[in-house]
Design a protein around this ligand. Structure first.
Ligand code: ZN
Length: 221
């Protein structure tokens, strides 16, 4: 929802809700990233208008100080960045608060940084742009990491229970690229809220991704 009308947020969310499974909330602290967005009070306020699952992406240097507030505000899950450190502690704290546990990596953070935590998480988020602003171009070279994460989840027997999310520059075309690489959750901002008909845009992105994953019927079958 980074690209939604922040002055009319509840209506913007309600418009798209029927075509989306989750609401992805980009929280920026003006420190981990050079931008400032929203915090727990806005999440709590949206909670009163929506029954959607709130997937809160905490682009914050110190997410630990806010996890309790996000849980109380109605977040379904929180995702912290592996780059901020204290990862074990943060993941355990999220678990204790009853949140779904997510771990994110920036485009230039290697697979090896995520690998030691794959047994602890419910969601892995691979950023496909450098976080901070909406409307950036999808970085296709991150797909190699997405595929490595998917393979590692499969080899650990966790592929069905852990979501693999991509965030940044997702539209119909790049969404297909991402699901083919192994992602199963697509975050789209500008492609939805920058569209004249946001709900239709969200439907198209989802439909294209589902089509790309359909098994191809064998000849003569
Ligand atoms: Zn995000």
């Amino acid at each position: 929802m980074l690209s939604a009308d922040f002055g009319n947020l509840a209506a913007a969310v309600a418009e798209v809700a029927p075509a989306a499974d989750w609401l992805h909330v980009d929280v920026m602290d003006a420190h981990f990233v050079p931008n400032l967005t929203i915090g727990p009070p806005v999440v709590a306020s949206l909670r009163r208008h929506s029954s959607m699952y709130f997937d809160c992406h905490l682009m914050m240097t110190d997410p630990g100080s806010f996890l309790e507030a996000f849980a109380a505000a109605g977040a379904g899950g929180c995702t912290v960045h592996v780059e901020v450190g204290r990862t074990d502690e943060l993941l355990e704290e999220m678990r204790a608060l009853g949140l779904r546990v997510g771990l994110a990596a920036n485009p230039d953070t290697p697979f090896e940084a995520l690998e030691p935590h794959l047994h602890q998480v419910d969601l892995v988020l691979c950023m496909t742009v450098f976080p901070g602003f909406g409307g950036q171009r999808f970085m296709e070279d991150v797909m190699e990491k997405v595929t490595r994460v998917r393979r590692a989840l499969v080899s650990r027997g966790r592929s069905d229970e852990v979501d693999l999310e991509v965030d940044g520059g997702i539209d119909e075309g790049t969404g297909v690229t991402a699901v083919v690489a192994g992602a199963n959750v697509l975050v789209a901002g500008s492609a939805i809220f920058g569209h004249e008909r946001p709900r239709e845009a969200a439907e198209s992105i989802g439909a294209a991704a589902r089509r790309a994953l359909e098994p191809v019927a064998a000849d003569g079958a």
